[in-house]
Design a protein. Structure first.
Length: 356
């Protein structure tokens, strides 16, 4: 059995069987975090790589939204914040772009990729379009994130302490995220194991993303996430219609990309990366003395995970930048009800910015 078919079988078992309770309880928090990040992107302004502080970090999402409006199509799924209803792949594209606009989305270590910003927008779009129950949405997101993380780990070499995608200038998040999104979308479309395997095989031809924007500027990087969600949904829809993909796209030999880790400024931080994001700040005072503060594991990382209360605080802080308090409460409650009768439509219709 190929790796693709094994992953597909695992994913379908997540949908058709029982998820571990800890996993099922974790997913609504992932959804809440993605929604908060998307809403915050509408109001955030920060400096870009050129130092231009007037550039809105949601610029890429605004451009993408204008593009999908030009494309048109059936109003299957909601664009978070805007109230637009567009085809499911288009909604996944805009929402995935919004989710990564602030680079504030969850991170899997040591593969150093952001799984939820790809998988959650894809799953929400498809779940809303097919009116899937909240419990099925939760299972699809869990399976998609797990597949994304496993693929990220497969691209990581412990002896090199880095993702081989990064060493080739490629964005691991958008490449692995495309396949995770395809899995989630395929499950929500009701595909059997063979169909999910084909969705993954098709999606492997669509995963892409270069890290050049990190180095030389441009607003395209958030679209890597949107395109991964879009490509995953598209691959699953095409597989549902009969398109097939090669079963060998996850052959480990194909993942052997040569690369070497570059030295970084701080030896200790380099030594523990990417098991954790470490940082050190040194401040030299006027009297010549130096103050130093070191953090070996960032807040929200495996050593210091956010509690459910802290995650909700982050969501509320983000969402309240775009929505009034009452609507933020409604949205949080709709997410909490996903596993007990709620639906994607209940969530996404509450993300639209309402006239003040």
């Amino acid at each position: 059995m190929t790796y693709v078919r094994r992953l597909a079988g695992f994913a379908v078992a997540c949908r058709d069987g029982e998820l571990p309770e800890a996993v099922r309880a974790d997913v609504p928090g992932r959804v809440l975090d993605v929604l908060g990040n998307c809403l915050a992107a509408y109001s955030d302004t920060t400096a870009d790589a050129t130092g231009d502080t007037t550039r809105d970090t949601a610029e890429a999402a605004a451009v993408v939204l204008r593009g999908v409006r030009r494309w048109g199509g059936a109003g299957e799924a909601s664009v978070i914040g805007s109230g637009d209803r567009v085809p499911a792949p288009s909604a996944a594209l805009v929402n995935g772009t919004l989710a990564h606009a602030l680079d504030f989305d969850d991170t899997h270590l040591p593969s150093v990729l952001h799984p939820s910003a790809r998988v959650v927008p894809a799953a929400l779009a498809v779940a809303q379009s097919v009116r899937a129950p909240g419990a099925e949405l939760v299972a699809a997101i869990a399976a998609g994130i797990e597949v994304c993380a496993r693929l990220g780990m497969a691209s990581y070499l412990p002896q090199e302490r880095n993702s081989l995608f990064f060493e080739q200038g490629r964005h691991a998040t958008s490449i692995c995220g495309t396949l995770g999104a395809a899995v989630a979308a395929g499950l929500l479309l009701g595909l059997p194991p063979e169909g999910v395997a084909h969705a993954v095989g098709v999606a492997a031809s669509m995963g892409a993303g270069l890290l050049e924007a990190n180095r030389t500027g441009g607003t395209v990087k958030p679209v890597h996430c949107g395109w991964a969600a879009h490509a995953g949904v598209s691959a699953a829809v095409l597989a549902a219609e009969g398109l097939t993909g090669p079963p060998t796209v996850l052959d480990p030999a194909r993942l052997e990309l040569a690369g070497r880790v570059r030295c970084v400024a701080d030896e200790r931080a380099s030594r523990i990366f990417p098991r954790a994001f470490a940082a050190v700040v040194r401040v030299r005072l006027r009297d010549g003395s130096t103050l130093e503060h070191r953090v070996d594991s960032s807040r929200g990382g495996p050593e210091h995970p956010l509690s459910a209360a802290e995650l909700e605080t982050k969501f509320r802080s983000n969402a309240s930048r775009a929505l009034p308090p009452g609507q933020v409460n409604e949205l949080a409650e709709a997410v909490r009800e996903l596993g007990s009768g709620g639906a994607a439509d209940d969530v996404l219709t509450r993300t639209a910015l309402r006239p003040s």
